[in-house]
Design a protein around this ligand. Structure first.
Ligand SMILES: Cc1ncc(C[n+]2csc(CCOP(=O)(O)OP(=O)(O)O)c2C)c(N)n1
Ligand SMILES: [Mg+2]
Length: 317
């Protein structure tokens, strides 16, 4: 049985702030919203283990920091390994009586798509396999953004990046996005979910469950990137919402093996609505847009089959 959601309306958003403003994230970057909400849900007894990436470089410019909770910067590739060590150390300190054994301390990884799909995958898989009590938050901006928009395993098909350029021969990324949340779920961990900063209450409930459920948990959050996706900064959250409403980003959770879509979409918008606001898709031909639409239709069909009824509806023109 799925556990009950804790947060229901915006009035349930905790007032306390543990992620301070004044950081260097781009205007319109959704990562700031995600970190603010994450730390509000997690509260003060939290240790953040942050892989190298935009969030790390932009929130900790010496001598300042946005983090009002303990925060570790680790290498690009080993956030999950470092978090495993932090969690193991807490266990030992509790056993030795140095820390109150009843005190709840959250260990949370914050890592980008490059640090998760690609270079950090081995450490992540090991952490899941060993069963550490860590929540892993993947903020997915679909490329290596802080080093200059290079493609990652999370880059979607036909997206422009600096390493999948658009010209006579290349038409952007030619491989589909790797289904990382499915791959993580295949480790049979107790909780996996997708989330979007456009659906804050849904995202908060998923962070809450991720923290409360014992064992490794994984929250995959879509993070629109104004610089790399090439959109007007005011559209960050609009684009995240369109990802959900077009079926490009389905909001689901898998709790102890039970799969649920948490935000049904009775009538879908065409994927074109999502693509057209982003310069990284400006070069797309009609055929390419149709192919992306077909890929989304197939994924929607797969999800509906998994649920056993139509939770994501047909496209409404
Ligand atoms: C071993 C290693 N290789 C390369 C780098 C350079 N580097 C730092 S962050 C980064 C990209 C991070 O991409 P992602 O994880 O998607 O985070 P984002 O910047 O998009 O937030 C790279 C290539 C590094 N720090 N360490
Ligand atoms: Mg990235």
């Amino acid at each position: 049985m799925a556990s009950k959601p804790v947060y229901r309306t915006v009035f349930d958003i905790p007032r306390e702030e543990y992620f301070a403003p004044g950081h260097g994230l781009c205007a319109g970057c959704a990562a700031g919203v995600i970190m603010k909400i994450l730390t509000k849900v997690a509260g003060p007894n939290t240790i953040i283990v942050n892989a190298t990436g935009c969030v790390e470089v932009a929130t900790t410019m010496f001598p300042y920091t946005s983090w009002k909770v303990p925060w570790l910067h680790v290498a690009f590739e080993n956030a999950a390994a470092a978090a495993s060590g932090v969690e193991a150390a807490i266990k030992v300190l509790k056993r030795k009586g140095v820390i109150d054994p009843n005190k709840r301390i959250n260990v949370v990884v914050v890592a980008g798509d490059g640090g998760t799909y690609d270079i950090g995958f081995q450490a992540l898989s090991g952490m899941l396999e060993r069963g550490h009590n860590v929540m892993y938050v993947l903020y997915d901006n679909e490329a290596y953004m802080n080093t200059g928009i290079q493609r990652s395993g999370g880059t979607p098909k036909y997206a422009w990046t600096t390493t999948t350029p658009v010209g006579k021969v290349w038409k952007g990324e030619w491989r589909p996005k790797k289904p990382i949340a499915d791959i993580v779920a295949a480790h049979r961990i107790p909780y996996v979910a997708t989330a979007s900063p456009s659906h804050v209450i849904d995202m908060m409930n998923k962070f809450r469950k991720g923290l409360d459920i014992e064992g490794p948990t994984f929250i995959h959050v879509l993070q629109p990137c104004t610089t790399g996706w090439r959109f007007d900064p005011r559209y960050g959250i609009t684009i995240a919402r369109l990802a959900v409403l077009t079926g490009m980003w389905i909001l689901w959770e898998m709790e102890h093996g039970e799969f649920r879509v948490t935000v049904p979409v009775p009538k879908r918008k065409p994927v074109r609505e999502y693509l057209k606001l982003q310069g990284r898709f400006r070069h797309l031909s009609e055929e390419q847009i149709e192919e992306i639409q077909r890929m989304v239709d197939e994924e929607v069909e797969r999800i509906n089959k998994l649920v056993g009824r139509t939770v994501i509806g047909p496209v409404e023109e």
